[in-house]
Design a protein around this ligand. Structure first.
Ligand code: ZN
Length: 254
């Protein structure tokens, strides 16, 4: 017979909490004490992505605030909470780093996000410029059971429709060498690897010109003085991008 307290522990949680408790990527030992909310998940995801792009593996408080559209003050108080829960390391006036537990939780959220986006685009044929918003909502609600079924159904995709790497069930990411279009030089031939997904207008423009992940692109000119990058995909019209936009499109060699 089960100990009598066990069903009570399960019943006091809401449904998302009991699902969280079953997530395979989550550290199991301290799981009852730590149950992530949507907000915590969004913070961990933002810090994870910012830290990945940083050479010291840190995220600046101001950048976290900008990404999440909140004030630096509210970021500070949340970071203290994440620090107490051993999800992040945060020193006042310093940057923030995720602990192994924080990284694991963030990777689980990114995995749900990427698999959901892939499903929405590939199966439901929803516009790739619109699925990011939808996935932001669904990523907090989907159960592990449905997620793993979806992953198998889609053939275990390693990248989402925008070229973002999807962590595997162990939280590992497939990495690639890539650089923004803005850093390329005229005459180079590259393959589009990833585009900045929250910019829906940019995604629509890129699609019209064939600049989607996997497409071979020629860099026609890069003019630092005028801030204009001209690129082209064979069979499509040339596209002029500002340096700001060209920093949001990533390419790989070959
Ligand atoms: Zn997305």
């Amino acid at each position: 017979m089960r100990p009598s307290v066990w069903p009570i522990v399960v019943l006091i949680g809401d449904s998302s909490q009991s699902l969280s408790a079953q997530r395979p990527l989550s550290p199991s030992s301290s799981w009852i004490a730590y149950l992530p909310s949507d907000t915590v998940e969004n913070y961990l995801k933002a810090i994870y992505e910012l830290a990945q792009a940083d050479s010291r593996g840190e995220a600046a408080v101001g950048e976290v605030a900008k990404t999440l559209g909140v004030t630096p003050g509210s970021v500070s108080s949340m970071l203290k909470r994440l620090h107490q829960q051993r999800l992040a390391k945060y020193e006042r006036y310093g940057g923030v780093q995720l602990t192994a537990k924080g990284k694991q939780t963030a990777a689980a959220v990114l995995r749900r996000h990427g698999i959901i986006e892939t499903f929405l685009v590939r199966v439901l044929k929803i516009d790739w410029a619109e699925v990011h918003e939808e996935a932001e909502r669904l990523e907090h609600a989907i159960s592990d059971r449905v997620l793993e079924k979806l992953d198998a159904f889609l053939g275990h995709p390693a990248f989402d429709p925008h070229g973002e790497a999807i962590p595997d069930a162990q939280g590992n990411l497939r990495t690639r060498r890539e650089e923004p279009l803005a850093r390329c030089t005229a005459g180079q031939e590259r393959t589009v690897s990833r585009v900045y997904e929250p910019d829906g207008a940019l995604l629509r423009l890129l699609e019209t010109h064939g600049l989607v992940p996997g497409a071979a692109v020629n860099i026609e000119s890069v003019d630092a003085t005028t801030g204009v990058v001209v690129v082209g995909v064979r069979g499509k019209e040339l596209l002029q991008l500002s340096l700001e936009k060209a920093n949001r499109v990533f390419v790989a060699a070959g």
